[in-house]
Design a protein around this ligand. Structure first.
Ligand SMILES: [Fe+2]
Ligand SMILES: [Fe+2]
Length: 223
């Protein structure tokens, strides 16, 4: 695994999955791509609180955050109904799988592996895999958590109907302070409601972003 470069890994996974399991491919890659764009814009908008995680690292980890789902059987991942206990246990492992897939690869920084590992932690400590709470959850992981939930609600998942923008924002408001960082939810909703998110989604210097280039190149090859 460590002899592969990250582009090799992405292309190998994506090509295989696109050919053999297109629904699976669409689930992870489309969702990752949408999440990456919004995570970058949210972070750029509140960069004063962005700590040391760079925009590139956040964008890239948002893109890769569900890569551990490559190890989740398609029947579980795309099940058209509520999961049973055993299936839920399988899904809960995807952040750890994702971190294990990525951590030894070139390009992958500690911020990236941590974000993938902790993107399902909750502000109230009831998340997984470690039950971290509040600001003990790395900033990048808190950011990706907000955007991940928003893109999932907007797209609809499995048996759930896609929500409108307003309904998705309302759902985020209800999660603020429980599941999600309330400050980040506030910042995100302000931008979504002001329709600023998409306008600033483009990185200020896309040609100089190694991770943006890597994502673009991967999508060019596999889409
Ligand atoms: Fe996830
Ligand atoms: Fe996700």
């Amino acid at each position: 695994m460590s002899e592969l470069t990250l582009p090799d890994l992405l292309v190998a996974f994506a090509t295989f999955r696109q050919r053999l399991q297109p629904e699976w491919f669409a689930h992870v890659h489309s969702h990752g791509h949408a999440t990456a764009r919004l995570a970058r814009s949210l972070t750029a908008a509140c960069v004063k609180t962005a700590s040391s995680a760079t925009l590139d690292e956040i964008e890239f980890s948002a893109y890769m955050h569900d890569i551990g789902k490559y190890l989740v059987p398609k029947g579980v991942l795309l099940k058209p109904g509520p999961l049973n206990e055993e299936e839920r246990e399988i899904i809960l492992l995807h952040p750890v799988h994702g971190m294990e897939i990525l951590r030894d690869l070139p390009y992958v920084t500690p911020v990236i592996s941590e974000t993938v590992l902790y993107h399902h932690e909750r502000w109230d400590g009831q998340g997984y895999p470690e039950g971290l709470a509040g600001t003990a959850i790395p900033f990048a992981a808190r950011t990706v958590a907000v955007v991940d939930i928003y893109t999932s609600l907007r797209a609809g998942r499995s048996y759930k109907t896609p929500l409108t923008r307003n309904s998705a924002c309302e759902a985020l408001r209800e999660m603020a302070g429980h599941e999600l960082d309330p400050g980040l939810v506030n910042d995100f909703i302000k931008r979504v409601e002001g329709r600023l998110t998409l306008k600033i989604a483009k990185p200020p210097d896309p040609d100089e972003s190694a991770y943006s280039s890597l994502i673009r190149e991967t999508l060019r090859v596999v889409m």
